[in-house]
Design a protein around this ligand. Structure first.
Ligand code: PLP
Length: 365
């Protein structure tokens, strides 16, 4: 049996007619960048995240850079983030001119107030908690710490669109939150796209200017800005797919539950937490002999991935920050044990069952 990690062709086949009609509408509308399609998507997306504003941008990395810039974070400032995230969480800080600082993670792969507190210095200006895999970080503790120390909280919600913790949505906790709609994300565009959510009117206004050359009107520039706008075509596709997001999340959660039932006695599975709705952008197990297991699954036709094999603090550009092996033991320990199983919405129960049996077979259970 073949179990693909992603299935873009399958996704498109199921939505071809509706997508072609919205693409036709967007192209006929005559606005290619920003415009009505983008405004309509921003409204829908803010409603989903339960925030006042959403600002469409070119990708998730730009969402982070623009947010840092709009909060006046730059040279001399430190921003704390997770060493086990996708590289963009830290790169955005450096590209904004500030210094990325890492804090270790908990057993559940996430930053917490406990670990962030150890990384604070008088220069700390912000924290970027990463809702990695699609589960919201323990935000009560992080927000309390940020309030006490006067720090801005910028959620990296790139993997967590639609995730909830006790009725609150990812993207609605911090001063702002950054989303990616890269093709691999749960809510995906047909190319690169991203958004920022916030309920701060002034910040939203600065972000709208920053993404578009600082242009207040066609010929009036208020400050140096970027070209990081969302395309009308991508917005139209995202708006159509947004309508099906709850089904995507339900299917991924069902797949996660099947994995848990079949594997919890063999490998460490992410637990379903009461009151939370994790969206399983990734289903990450932690296991012994990870590389051998991955090779075994590959031979069985099961595609898996590792997010991410090298923690950011051990990547080449982090050496200049003084980072070294041993700095974040939990992130390093997990990096050798994590394996992302296919969990996408188009998988059948039979396919999940096959993955479960193949893993049990590997461990002789
Ligand atoms: C995908 C991702 C990003 C970057 O988003 P892009 O749209 O690819 O620029 C940032 N942070 C995390 C955690 C991600 O998964």
């Amino acid at each position: 049996m073949r179990v693909p990690y992603v299935d873009f062709a399958g996704q498109y086949a199921a939505e071809r007619r509706s997508l072609l009609s919205v693409v036709d509408r967007a192209l006929a509308g005559g606005e290619m960048v920003l415009g009505r399609e983008v405004s309509a998507f921003e409204k829908d997306f803010a409603r989903l995240c339960r925030t006042k504003h959403a600002i469409g941008v070119a990708n998730g990395t730009d969402a982070l850079i623009l947010t840092l810039k709009a909060l006046w974070i730059g040279p001399g400032d430190e921003v704390i983030t997770a060493p086990n995230s996708f590289v963009a969480s830290a790169a955005a800080v450096a590209l904004a001119g500030a210094t990325p600082v890492f804090a270790d993670i908990e057993a559940d792969q996430l930053l917490s107030a406990r670990t962030v507190e150890k990384a604070l210095t008088p220069r700390t200006k912000a924290v970027i908690p990463v809702h990695l895999t699609g589960r919201v970080c323990e935000m009560d503790g992080l927000m309390a710490l940020a309030r006490a120390r006067g720090l801005a909280v910028i959620e990296d919600a790139a993997q967590a669109v639609g995730a909830e913790d006790r009725g609150r949505r990812a993207g609605s906790f911090g001063r702002a939150a950054c989303f990616s709609f890269h093709p691999l994300k749960n809510l995906n565009a047909a190319g690169d796209a991203g958004a920022i959510t916030t309920s701060d009117d002034g910040l939203a206004e600065r972000l709208r200017l920053l993404r578009n050359h600082g242009l207040k009107s066609r010929n009036e520039v208020l400050f140096w800005g970027y070209n990081s706008r969302l395309d009308a075509l991508q917005a139209a596709i995202l708006r159509a797919r947004l309508k099906g997001l709850s089904k995507v999340v339900a299917a991924r959660r069902k797949n996660a539950e099947l994995y848990r039932k079949g594997l919890a006695d063999v490998v460490e599975c992410p637990k379903d937490r009461p009151g939370c709705k994790d969206v399983y952008h990734l289903f990450v197990i932690q296991c012994d002999r990870r590389d051998e297991l991955q090779a075994h699954l590959k031979r069985r036709g099961v595609s898996t991935a590792v997010h991410y094999p090298t923690p950011i603090h051990l990547q080449a550009p982090a050496a200049a920050l003084g980072c070294k092996k041993g700095d974040f033991p939990e992130a390093e320990r997990q990096s050798a044990r994590i394996l992302s199983l296919p969990v996408h919405q188009l998988l059948s129960a039979a396919q999940i069952g096959f993955v479960v049996r193949s893993i049990r077979e590997f461990y002789g259970r």
